[in-house]
Design a binder for this molecule. Structure first.
Ligand SMILES: *[C@@H]1O[C@H](CO)[C@@H](O)[C@H](O)[C@H]1NC(C)=O
Ligand SMILES: *[C@@H]1O[C@H](CO)[C@@H](O)[C@H](O)[C@H]1NC(C)=O
Ligand SMILES: *[C@@H]1O[C@H](CO)[C@@H](O)[C@H](O)[C@H]1NC(C)=O
Ligand SMILES: *[C@@H]1O[C@H](CO)[C@@H](O)[C@H](O)[C@H]1NC(C)=O
Ligand SMILES: *[C@@H]1O[C@H](CO)[C@@H](O)[C@H](O)[C@H]1NC(C)=O
Ligand SMILES: *[C@@H]1O[C@H](CO)[C@@H](O)[C@H](O)[C@H]1NC(C)=O
Ligand SMILES: *[C@@H]1O[C@H](CO)[C@@H](O)[C@H](O)[C@H]1NC(C)=O
Length: 367
């Protein structure tokens, strides 16, 4: 009783004063005025890219580079970041879903192509940029790999292949990075479809008309040896599948999706999750949106609490950098009107924290 009273008063304090985290390991890196869904940092630590969202009614580019003086500039330029309905969707970002510096050192941007009325097929794409020249180097079209209700969500690499999650129509999409050939896998299977609604801070999230939110395949992580793909819906329960099966199904379309699904097994008992990251030893970190925890998931699936801190409200787009820091954007998504009964409870500014961990990223994951 006493401890829960203490916890409640800490929470109450925190509602008023969103400044410092309570756990001394959680350090404030910087603050920004718009919710961030993730960041990328060059291996030398010098360039920081942020993915920003507009669901709190803020406006501006979806992808920015943070300059040394703290200002945020559109990346790669205004033209890519100022798409509006009717513009060419192939040469601009319709809706940035994720970004990541790949193991090849290029900057990978996932555009889910989601316009005002579902996916614009020509707009769904993965685009790579050379970080030296800031020029586009390749576009992987995803029009044939998405449905109208698809929401491309995130990407992970495994040598010459990559995997993406579709959070709209639950699926893992495997992509051959050399040929650009892709295939939707595990579509509408139990492990890619959210049975439980998304939740945070202990309650089921609802929209302005009291509707629940179901988000399909969301987080995904490849083990450092490339042998396993771990994945889950936002609401959790993490599964895994040996990547050899994904590789075979990508290249042999006679392999039925339902047969492929027989190789999916439960892996870790995660709760609703904002984001995951993997280190070079195969330890995964997962942000628990209900308990405001960062969980540690060992390579055998055992889960322990790494950090609990009331300032970690819906940590999204975590990133592990070359300096062995885990970046924790406390995005507060769950407090945006769409997920908070129509009211905006996001407290500005948004805090981007880091915490030191033991290892850096796996080399197959990102540079
Ligand atoms: C911050 O740096 C950027 C890039 O160098 C520059 O364009 C901008 O004018 C600077 N802003 C301020 C307020 O100094
Ligand atoms: C980016 O472009 C530079 C200059 O053309 C080139 O030297 C470098 O290899 C390219 N980087 C990647 C990752 O392709
Ligand atoms: C993708 O769709 C376009 C039409 O939108 C079609 O011309 C093309 O052949 C398709 N590509 C593949 C690989 O199916
Ligand atoms: C709220 O969610 C429900 C169930 O998903 C949906 O039917 C309804 O259209 C949503 N309302 C708004 C305003 O988005
Ligand atoms: C493709 O998969 C089918 C169904 O499992 C199998 O019968 C066939 O031998 C496979 N083809 C190759 C080239 O491996
Ligand atoms: C998982 O691995 C940890 C660390 O090696 C070990 O302590 C724990 O007993 C293992 N758990 C199971 C269920 O194997
Ligand atoms: C959501 O808003 C409605 C209408 O304003 C209100 O009746 C309801 O109690 C609210 N629900 C929650 C969980 O706050």
């Amino acid at each position: 009783m006493i401890s829960s009273l203490l916890y409640l008063s800490i929470l109450a304090l925190n509602l008023v004063r969103y400044t410092d985290a309570l756990d001394p390991r959680v350090k404030l890196a910087f603050t920004i005025d718009r919710p961030s869904q993730g960041s990328s940092i060059t291996p030398d630590g010098k360039r920081i890219f942020l993915q920003l969202v507009t669901f709190d009614d803020s406006t501006g580019p979806g992808l920015v580079e943070r300059q040394a003086n703290g200002s945020l500039t559109a990346y790669p330029n205004e033209a890519w970041d100022s798409w509006t309905e009717g513009d060419d969707p192939t040469t601009a970002f319709v809706s940035v879903a994720a970004q990541r510096i790949g193991p090849d050192g290029q900057f990978w941007v996932i555009d889910n192509g989601y316009g005002s009325d579902g996916v614009i097929p020509e707009g769904a794409k993965v685009v790579t940029f050379n970080l030296t020249t800031n020029q586009r180097t390749r576009t992987y079209p995803f029009g044939n790999l998405t449905h109208s209700a698809s929401l491309l969500d995130d990407i992970r690499f495994n040598g010459n292949e990559a995997y993406l999650t579709d959070a709209g129509v639950g699926s893992i999409i495997a992509l051959d990075l050399v040929t650009g050939h892709g295939r939707r896998l595990l579509e509408n299977q139990p492990a890619t479809v959210g049975y439980m609604a998304t939740s945070s801070e202990g309650y089921l999230m609802r929209n302005s008309t009291n509707g629940l939110h179901f988000i399909q395949a969301d987080q995904l992580e490849v083990s450092p040896d490339g042998k396993w793909l771990h994945f889950q819906t936002t609401a959790g329960g993490m599964s895994r599948i040996a990547t050899k099966y994904l590789h075979n199904a990508l290249h042999n379309h006679s392999i039925a999706d339902t047969d492929l699904a027989l190789n999916v097994k439960p892996f870790a008992p995660t709760s609703c999750t904002g984001s995951t990251a993997t280190d070079s030893e195969g330890v995964m970190y997962a942000s628990d949106t209900n308990h405001l925890n960062i969980m540690k998931i060992l390579p055998n699936g055992t889960m322990t609490t790494f950090i609990h801190d009331p300032s970690l409200v819906w940590v999204d787009g975590m990133l592990l950098d070359g300096q062995k820091r885990l970046w924790l954007p406390a995005a507060q998504f769950n407090r945006a009107p769409e997920w908070h009964n129509g009211t905006n409870e996001i407290r500005k500014p948004i805090h981007i924290y880091t915490v030191d961990i033991e290892n850096g990223p796996a080399s197959l994951d990102h540079a």
